[in-house]
Design a protein around this ligand. Structure first.
Ligand SMILES: [Zn+2]
Length: 246
């Protein structure tokens, strides 16, 4: 295994966790906007095989260690079915400096995001949240997309800033959620404390009829059902009545 010093950056793929502070690795390491992420080798912990070089500390990445900034050679290697996939930003990253090559990816000394693709499932639902969250992504000054109906919609362009088509999409996205948040409709899932999740069969201004997985049908008062924005789901803490069919 060789450790080349790359003058020309490698483009590879990875996932990030996204919050108001920006991007971070799945292990919690922050990727600060505007500055490369430099790999570090952490001290080996007792009972782990994190570093087998016996030469700690050393420059990262080391061929006989696991340190370095990880990225995959192929987008498919991020695994479509991996649960993180639906809750993470995915994209391309630049890798440079010392690089250790493996079968499916690299461990690099330096990295910086190149393009970012945000799944719709983790987009904020209010205009205010959307503004602050997107500001944290725009700070990386790379192309940002949202995937919708199989198409990558540009949200932010590194050369020209916010994209007008993307801005329209996000405005509509927030408006749809705003309009939707007060309307409980047939087919919605509803979590009832202590009973689990039920599926709404009918809802009006006063009552909600719902079904449990075992077919049992329940009646709830509409005033006890609320949209929990943090959990992004309908919830009820109120009384639940069983419906007995005649
Ligand atoms: Zn190391």
């Amino acid at each position: 295994m060789s450790v080349p010093d790359c003058i020309t950056p490698i483009v590879a793929y990875r996932l990030w966790v996204w919050d108001v502070a920006g991007l971070s690795s799945l292990n919690g390491v922050s990727w600060i906007a505007g500055q490369p992420l430099a790999a570090e080798c952490k001290p080996p912990r007792r009972g782990t095989t994190a570093c087998s070089t016996k030469q700690f500390p050393h420059a990262a990445p080391h061929t006989d260690c696991r340190c370095g900034v990880y990225a995959s050679k192929r987008l498919e290697s991020l695994s479509m079915s991996w649960p993180w996939r639906s809750v993470c930003v995915r994209g391309e990253t630049w890798l440079w400096g010392m690089v250790v090559e493996h079968e499916y990816g690299w461990r690099a000394q330096f990295a910086y995001p190149k393009t970012l693709h945000v799944p719709k499932s983790i987009l904020p639902i209010t205009q205010e949240q959307m503004r602050s969250r997107l500001k944290s992504l725009a700070a990386y000054r790379c192309d940002v997309f949202v995937r919708h109906n199989g198409v990558d919609i540009p949200i932010w362009r590194k050369d020209s800033g916010f994209d007008s088509a993307g801005a329209d999409f996000l405005t509509n996205w927030c408006r749809r959620w705003y309009e939707r948040s007060g309307v409980l409709t047939r087919g919605d899932c509803l979590t009832i404390r202590g009973r689990g999740t039920v599926v709404v069969e009918h809802s009006d201004d006063t009552q909600v009829h719902a079904a449990l997985g075992n077919g049992e049908r329940l009646l709830l008062l509409r005033k006890n059902v609320t949209w929990n924005e943090a959990n992004r789901r309908w919830e009820s803490n109120g009384s639940v009545f069983k419906i007995f069919e005649c």
